[in-house]
Design a protein around this ligand. Sequence first.
Ligand SMILES: C[S@@+](CC[C@H](N)C(=O)[O-])C[C@H]1O[C@@H](n2cnc3c(N)ncnc32)[C@H](O)[C@@H]1O
Ligand code: SF4
Length: 452
Amino acid sequence: MLDAAAILNRHGAQVPRYTSYPAAPHFGAETGRALLPAMIDCIDPEKPVSVYLHIPFCDRLCWFCGCHTKQTRRYQPVVDYVDSLLAEIATMRARIGFAPKVAALHLGGGSPSLLQSAEFARIGEALRKAFVFPADAEISVEIDPSDVSADTLEGLALLGMTRASIGVQDFDPAVQAAINRPQTFEATRDVIAALRAAGQCSINIDALYGLPLQTPERLERTIDQVISLDPERVALFGYAHVPWAKKHQTMIREEDLPGREQRLGDAARASAKLTGAGYAAIGIDHFARPGDPLAEAARTGRLHRNFQGYTTDACETLIGFGASAISRFRGGYVQNIVPTATYRQAVDSGALAAQRGYRLTRDDVIRGYMIERLMCDFRIDFAALAHGFGEVAGAPYVRECLRLAAGDRDGLVVSDEQSFAIRPEAKPFARVVASWFDAHLDGGEGRYSKAV
Ligand SMILES: C[S@@+](CC[C@H](N)C(=O)[O-])C[C@H]1O[C@@H](n2cnc3c(N)ncnc32)[C@H](O)[C@@H]1O
Ligand code: SF4
């Protein structure tokens, strides 16, 4: 049995989620604008890219929410924002100089589902003018079921959505009251049925553990209800309570939050329920039906991790549009201006909206690869490391693995000549082990959510 308290006390309880390396708090102010032109010039015309669009609006404000979004009661600000997005897409296309092929498009937020069909149509048209969309491009959209009307379904069909990612969180009314997110099982079921009836789209459901007033029984009932909806994928995230960064989270009573032990137990029980129902466990918090491409990627070592979590998307370049969106290029990361009004001013004047950024060193690229493999496969294969970066360049990192394994007093990892691996029972601590390889962690207390 691992001693969770001792492990977290010893290694630090707050670590990044490693959806990028370095994590976004390490991007430098001002570096982004300086970096962007050279980064764009590095886009390889022969390789497909992925595209992310951020919609920072919701028609409700859930108290648990950690996303960059704002509640709006009027639709005009959304229309105006879409105007700015289209301007940014056109400027970026002109700057790139050719129309890149898109492997994957993701609309996230906020709630892209609050867009009306006219806005989905305008966005789809602008993207198809700027990029080439092959027939097999993956087009996914984050959906708050409380938004979905016949007009939304029409808009999603115009966009060509292939995957709907549905926010559920928890179906229990007491938990929903504590997070200000009423949402019945029946309404969610009907939206999923309507999305399925409208076309070829696969369904992902987001659920959370660690929410206020959540008991093991309440969470298990929610997971049973999620399973009964038969989604192709489930994401089971731990609630990240960061009230210093998200003021509305102060509406959640700290005394209602489950403790560390309950969080660990809840995650394990929910995970066992999902695998018991036939889902394959993917990385630290995803589940997929065995035939799903995500499960196939995990089985064959081709799983990746990006800002949306686990993905089959292997593109080197991710172009992010919208306030706060992050782009990833071969040589580094660039994040757009975060406040929506300032973002709009920049792109409406014909500029790009780069703000912060980070230029990757060779050391970052190798550590980023190792951290991604740990988060995806729970294992770093030394032969693959040498194949990717060369025997000589990889050698110091292999030595670092062996040194870390030798110093591991908690029984989290094993290492030999072939690999460095997280023990199966230590998988909940994958973020902690990944953080051992993070050369940028400087005890930046308070910036990250709890590791477990
Ligand atoms: C942009 S929202 C999903 C779409 C839509 N806005 C909705 O709420 O249904 C993305 C997901 O992030 C997760 N999320 C949001 N805040 C979180 C937090 N503080 N900790 C962990 N996960 C969080 C939720 O599971 C949520 O479904
Ligand atoms: S959870 Fe979704 S609907 Fe709720 S505030 Fe966050 S982004 Fe908006």
